[in-house]
Write a protein that binds this ligand. Structure first.
Ligand code: SDX
Length: 365
């Protein structure tokens, strides 16, 4: 396997945003344990920390949240355009298109700024909500504007007001998935930013990378796998048949974590508390044990464990999100990390251009 193609272990940037310890299973956001931020902070405070480098004061937080709420509004012409898009378009593709098409009146001039980032991030759930309501033929008429990002996202993706314990679970998920170093979609955002393209172009490109099933497209495939397994006694034969065919088990393995993904652990604990899907959670626990055991048998020495997506699907299912909203929900959080990296890359201001080794034929003459 030519690991150079996957840039395995190649350091291409210095960042103060997050640190991942793949051996110990640690994730840090700007000096704070991500798992602790998920228990003690709001998503808005974590966005402020990533974009400005420190947690906000009370006054700064109030002003930031107010600006965030005002920024979630979509211009009428954008709402009409969203309704005109083909019905067959996936919500992730709608997001990829809509972010790139955000009206220029927001002035996305170079270099990107936290204010520009806020203008995009705040609109992600609204884009989802307007599109979802249009497809269902119901008016997009949110009962409140004074919601947090998590509450707003819950209403826009589910079409109902989430109960407080579901909002807390959703907010913890959004915080835990907001930032994760130079994963494929974040690297994409940095590459686009390095050419001095505008912020929406970088964020739209990152959505394109995230959609892939090997990356942010995995959680819905995890749920499909658990649905197909159905019950614990079917798990071993199902997983073996997948591995015999050389297929990958969705929700397992990671380029950096060679132990359990700390986000998977945190989401597992949240899923365990959400008794709504107790039978489902027991099935997920059993499938995790069987998958790790069989991966060690079929892929000895590869250190393949549950990653964030395995228990993300259990939490999002317990909240009642439709499966097709899992990757758009990942976009609603990771867009915060992508924007933070775009700000960092803009400050470095150097185009990213790696080299390649030519292995093709040489001219005859
Ligand atoms: C995310 O990078 C990030 O930080 C991503 C992310 C983030 O927050 O941004 O954490 C989010 O994308 C999590 C991953 C979600 N994807 C999946 O769950 C899909 C299933 N997982 C894999 O496809 C895989 O594990 C990757 C893509 C996540 C990582 O792959 P690597 O590090 O490139 O590993 P590899 O493809 O080189 O595989 C090494 C070996 C191979 O076997 P051999 O060819 O050497 O015999 O391990 C095998 C692989 O076949 N392997 C798996 C497997 N993952 C790796 N075999 C079966 N099932 C799996 N899940």
């Amino acid at each position: 396997m030519n690991t150079a193609i996957g840039l395995d272990g190649v350091v291409v940037a210095e960042t103060a945003l997050s640190a991942i310890d793949g051996k110990r299973g640690h994730l840090i956001y700007r000096g704070y344990w991500a798992k602790e931020l998920a228990l003690s902070s709001s998503l808005e405070e974590v966005a402020y920390l990533l974009w400005y480098g420190r947690l906000p004061t009370q006054a700064e937080r109030a002003a930031f949240v107010q600006k965030w709420r005002e920024a979630r509004e979509l211009p009428d012409e954008m709402q009409r355009w969203l309704m005109s898009l083909p019905r067959s378009l996936s919500m992730s593709s709608v997001l990829q298109s809509a972010i790139a098409a955000l009206p220029d009146e927001t002035r996305f001039d170079w270099p990107p700024t936290p204010d520009q980032a806020l203008q995009v991030v705040a609109k992600i759930p609204t884009i989802i909500g307007v599109r979802r309501h249009a497809l269902q033929g119901v008016p997009f008429d949110p009962p409140s504007q004074d919601w947090t990002h998590a509450q707003w996202h819950g209403w826009c993706t589910c079409g109902r007001v989430l109960p407080p314990r579901h909002v807390r679970a959703l907010e913890a998920y959004l915080i835990l998935t907001a930032e994760h170093g130079l994963n494929a979609s974040t690297f994409t955002a940095r590459v686009v930013t390095s050419t001095q393209a505008d912020l929406p172009s970088a964020l739209s490109a990152a959505v394109g990378a995230l959609k892939g099933p090997l990356h942010g497209g995995a959680p819905s495939h995890v749920e499909t796998m658990l649905e197909e397994i159905g019950e614990e006694r079917q798990a071993e034969s199902y997983l073996r048949s997948r591995l015999e065919k050389g297929e990958r088990l969705m929700g397992f393995g990671h380029r950096v974590y060679k132990t359990v993904d700390p986000r998977a652990e945190a989401l597992k604990a949240i899923a365990q508390e959400m008794a709504e899907e107790e039978r489902w959670f027991r099935l997920a626990l059993h499938v995790e044990r069987e998958a790790v055991r069989l991966l060690q048998e079929y892929k000895p020495g590869r250190q393949l464990y549950a990653n964030v997506e395995f228990y993300a699907s259990a939490v999002l299912k317990a909240i009642g999100l439709p499966k097709e909203m899992y990757t758009p929900t990942f976009v609603s959080s990771r867009v915060i990390g992508w924007a933070a990296h775009a700000l960092e890359q803009a400050a470095a201001n150097r185009i990213i251009r790696p080299d390649s080794r030519y292995v093709g034929p040489m001219p005859q003459s």
